[in-house]
Design a binder for this molecule. Structure first.
Ligand SMILES: Nc1nc2c(ncn2[C@@H]2O[C@H](COP(=O)(O)OP(=O)(O)OP(=O)(O)O)[C@@H](O)[C@H]2O)c(=O)[nH]1
Ligand SMILES: [Mg+2]
Length: 598
């Protein structure tokens, strides 16, 4: 039923994996997608993720810095998976506690995590208990014990005597007779005299668990040396390659966890019983550190952090999701010596915020324009957003920046709706040309306006402008669009059509840094409209963000977080004023320090 299960360290080492019988597809792709889209993007508040036809569930073990991932077909409803992943985590930790405590990549690579048999046993148990549960519901009323009991109890009640459960207050005789009483279904078996079948099963189960624990705690278990890579990816196919891909992605995680490793190492060393320092450090341990964090420990700090983020203009939903993600990341983590819960949570949140703001992909407009130039076509950017956020002004600033970098620009006046929109662009065109007169550029104006007045179809004007730019060898076309509220269905449909028909190279969403909760609604609905009206399987959504009016918000910089969190797309430009020079790129660290400031 399961497609795969894999256990790897946050440092990138695959410790063990399983691939379901008959599953031929490699699971490198889905696991890499999970790492890229969830774990590296600090979205681990939720514990499931969907990748194409697969559902992935994952669990972070913050104490040993492990990640457990299970994958199965999303059409299946596997009710046991959540519990199963917990069981595997506990079992794996228990079994390899000593190995896992020796932190360090080399140690992990050298270890042999021979977990196949345990995994199969736990999987069998999980599947059987789930089957048993589903069978129970299928029993008819006649088959059920309840139907038989009802009849019995009716007969007994007639006699006026109630049969008490063994151990009941009024039924002292039953208790005295004890387990040798012949009335109950007692069984006599080796050492199990007088036990009910249920009690025998329970006893056997306990003996079995005890045996297993004893076997696993025997140290060190002699193990047959195996080939490292064969052990890690022993399932056929290009094992070395798969290992390398997952390792590469996880390498980024390794860097971020180095600090925590150092703290944890100190604590772990202090907890060793053997050796001269054991006792002294053992005593210190209780006083100053090595506490394993629980959700309750963090609850009040997280609540304060959430309120702090909201006060800084991060949307309320996103603040909650971020705090959940931080809690998941820290739960079970052994705290460093001399650290407090508050400082640990704060540091984790700060790391998450920086991570969210880091661009996940390369955004290099100048390079892309040059590439389009070499293909003898203009590079097309469309600006969209709600009314008055600064689309036209920032379009003009970006024109200036492009001209300064030696490119020619055609502005397409596709806001055919708001009075004055075309004239506003014409003014910018004149100013820009006066800053860069044609005589300095071989007699050719560096910026031109393509306009057809008001009331016309914006998508059609954009198409004509792109064709004109191609003929006239303009390097870039900047398409200005009318502002529209995200709930205005006809206007949203028109925007989606403009984008679907013209397929610009870049769709930039322009949003004000002043917005709070509203940012989420705007972005979700703009993206939804673009997806709904796309004519292709892979719809063109928002590719990047222009965050405007950053000069007006002091340290309430939360919109930057909300917008990148919702779209997963980078903030390409930040507008910091009303002149052509007031355009910046985002400094993630500066934004985060403003966010964390009390
Ligand atoms: N302080 C400040 N003001 C800005 C910034 N960007 C734009 N503005 C101002 O915001 C106002 C609206 O700008 P526009 O460019 O007309 O906004 P728009 O989104 O095109 O508006 P519509 O076309 O009506 O939807 C203008 O007064 C701009 O000068 C910025 O980064 N900082
Ligand atoms: Mg405008």
């Amino acid at each position: 039923m399961l497609d795969f299960f894999t256990i790897f360290s946050k440092g990138g080492i695959v410790l063990w994996c399983f691939q379901g019988a008959g599953v031929t597809e490699s699971f490198t792709g889905p696991v890499n997608a999970l790492i890229r889209s969830v774990i590296l993007q600090e979205r681990s508040g939720n514990n499931s993720y969907t990748h194409e036809a697969l559902s992935l569930k994952y669990k972070l073990d913050n104490e040993f810095e492990l990640i457990f991932v299970v994958g199965f077909q999303k059409i299946l409803t596997l009710t046991y998976v959540d519990k199963f992943i917990d069981d595997i985590q506990l079992h794996f930790r228990d079994r390899y506690k000593n190995d896992l405590e020796q932190k360090g990549a080399l140690k992990l690579i050298q270890n042999n995590f021979d977990f196949d048999d345990d995994f199969k046993m736990l999987l069998r148990e999980a599947e059987e208990s789930s089957k048993a549960r589903s069978h129970a519901t299928m029993r008819t009323f006649k088959e059920s014990e309840k139907s038989q009991k009802t009849v019995k109890s009716m007969i007994e009640t007639k006699g006026g005597e109630k049969v008490k459960e063994p151990g009941g207050k009024k039924n002292k005789n039953t208790k005295k007779e004890g387990k040798s009483s012949s009335s109950g279904p007692k069984v006599v078996e080796n050492g199990n005299q007088g036990l009910t079948p249920e009690e025998i099963i329970q006893k056997k189960r306990e003996e079995f668990i005890l045996k297993r624990t004893m076997v696993h705690s025997k140290s060190p278990k002699p193990q047959k040396p195996k080939e490292k890579q064969m052990r890690v990816w022993d399932m056929g196919g290009s094992s070395t390659k798969e290992y390398a891909i997952v390792t590469k992605n996880l390498a980024c995680l390794a860097l971020r966890f180095t600090m925590n490793h150092c703290l944890a190492l100190f604590v772990d060393f202090s907890s060793k019983k053997a050796g001269g320092f054991g006792g002294m450090f053992g005593m210190l341990k209780g006083l100053v550190g090595s506490k394993s964090l629980t959700r309750e420990d963090m609850e009040s700090v997280l609540e304060k952090m959430r309120e702090h983020l909201i006060a800084k203009n991060v949307a309320a939903d996103i603040s909650s999701q971020l705090c959940d993600s931080v809690a998941k990341k820290l739960e079970g983590k052994v705290m460093g010596t001399f650290t407090t819960v508050a400082s640990t949570v704060k540091q984790a949140l700060q790391d998450s915020l920086v991570q969210i703001l880091q661009p996940k992909r390369r955004v290099d407009i100048l390079r892309d324009v040059m590439e389009a130039q070499s293909q003898r076509r203009p590079f097309v950017i469309t600006f969209c957003g709600v009314n008055g956020v600064g689309k036209s002004t920032n379009l003009a600033k970006i024109s200036f920046w492009l001209i300064e970098n030696g490119f020619t620009v055609l502005i397409a006046a596709c806001d055919t709706f708001r009075a004055g929109a075309v004239e506003q662009l014409r003014t910018h065109q004149r100013r820009l040309n006066s800053l860069h007169p044609p005589q300095q550029h071989g007699g050719r104006p560096v910026v031109q306006l393509y306009e057809k007045g008001y009331g016309k179809d914006a998508a059609g004007i954009a198409m004509e402008a792109i064709a004109y730019a191609r003929n006239q060898a303009f390097d870039v076309v900047l398409v200005d669009t009318a502002g529209r509220m995200q709930d205005n269905a006809p206007l949203m449909t028109a925007l989606a059509k403009l984008i679907a028909v013209n397929m610009p190279d870049l769709v930039l969403f322009v949003g004000e840094a002043l917005v709070g909760n509203e940012a989420v609604d705007q972005l979700v609905k703009f993206n939804q409209a673009l997806a709904d009206h796309s004519m292709s399987d892979k719809p063109r959504l928002i590719d990047g963000i222009v965050l405007t009016k950053f000069d007006t918000i002091d340290d309430k910089v939360g919109a930057a977080i909300s917008m990148t969190y919702i779209t997963g797309q980078p903030i390409v430009f930040v507008g910091t004023g009303q002149t052509y020079n007031d355009l910046r790129s985002l400094n993630a660290r500066a934004v985060v320090s403003a966010l964390m400031k009390a």
